[in-house]
Write a protein that binds this ligand. Structure first.
Ligand SMILES: Nc1ncnc2c1ncn2[C@@H]1O[C@H](COP(=O)(O)OP(=O)(O)O)[C@@H](O)[C@H]1O
Ligand SMILES: [Mg+2]
Length: 265
């Protein structure tokens, strides 16, 4: 940051680390009373359900609302703790193309069912990358799910009927690039500066953790995650990964099972 001395920078970093610890501690503390509430709501539900009068039926509705809110709070806390904890990455040499084939083939079925066409265009013979495949899959799924949401959550009148996602790999300036491109609505100028902020979301019920999580994973692997967007044309997210040192012939490693991306909504 311009004009920020390194000691100032350090104190800012340690302040942030302290706040992170404090917030994680708080989140943990909130979990216990929440699970007590959840258990008691369950017991209350069972009591009320036995030969419920009309008054008890009304009370059961309220219990249902409370139960859903408790679940929502638990999800928020879990998302926060996962994000705050950071990741223990275990990078190994991999073929990016093998990973893309595996994730996209399994994911494209869901997209196709919603009328979204998914194309995979891979540059052959790319050098291997040094990545933790499970985490990179999660980052990729977060980008794919966002592209999918952007294409499918538009008002029907704005849809072209040719909703498309293109996933490409190619040689980059200093490594291997992976692009996720959609022909959706694009990102408004206001939103552009916030999309990587934790909890920023323009979706009802959005976690706002998909992009910050993806960026954090890629940056911990020494890569970058950037984007380009144009209103009414679409958006492309670009991951750049360093190639593995000491190049060997590319290994098309056997696939491992796909991980879960963001929690389903
Ligand atoms: N491909 C995309 N097209 C349009 N907007 C996008 C796209 N990807 C992300 N966004 C915007 O970035 C916001 C943050 O994304 P994310 O962190 O994944 O959270 P969430 O998906 O839960 O909203 C989204 O709410 C959306 O406004
Ligand atoms: Mg998302």
């Amino acid at each position: 940051m311009l004009g920020m001395g390194s000691s100032e920078n350090k104190s800012r970093q340690s302040r942030l680390a302290f706040l992170g610890t404090l917030a994680s501690g708080l989140a943990h503390e909130i979990k216990n009373p929440l699970s007590a509430m959840s258990v008691n709501l369950q017991m209350l539900r069972e009591d009320l359900e036995a030969n419920a009068t009309s008054r008890e039926t009304r009370m059961l509705k309220r219990v249902g609302v409370l139960e859903r809110e408790v679940v929502r709070l638990e999800e928020i806390l879990d998302g926060f703790l996962r994000f705050a904890r950071g990741y223990k990455l275990d990078p190994t040499r991999q073929s990016l193309n093998a990973l893309l084939r595996e994730v996209v083939e399994f994911w494209a079925a869901k997209a196709a069912a919603a009328g979204v066409d998914v194309q995979l265009v891979l540059e052959p013979d790319l050098p291997d990358v040094e990545i933790d495949a499970n985490y990179v899959k999660q980052a990729l799924l977060n980008l794919l799910n966002n592209a999918f949401d952007a294409l499918t959550q538009r008002p029907a009148a704005e849809k072209s009927g040719r909703e498309q996602i293109l996933v490409c790999s190619r040689r980059g300036k200093s490594g291997v690039e992976l692009l996720v491109i959609d022909n959706g609505p694009g990102i408004s100028a206001d939103a552009r500066t916030h999309i990587f902020d934790p909890y920023f979301s323009t979706k009802a019920g959005g976690s706002g953790l998909g992009l910050p999580t993806a960026r954090r994973i890629i940056e911990e692997l020494g890569g970058t995650l950037t984007f380009d967007t144009e209103l009414d044309r679409g958006t492309s997210f670009r991951i750049e990964l360093k190639t593995a040192a000491d190049p060997q012939p590319p290994s098309d490693a056997p696939p491992s099972p796909p991980p879960a991306g963001e929690p389903p909504r």
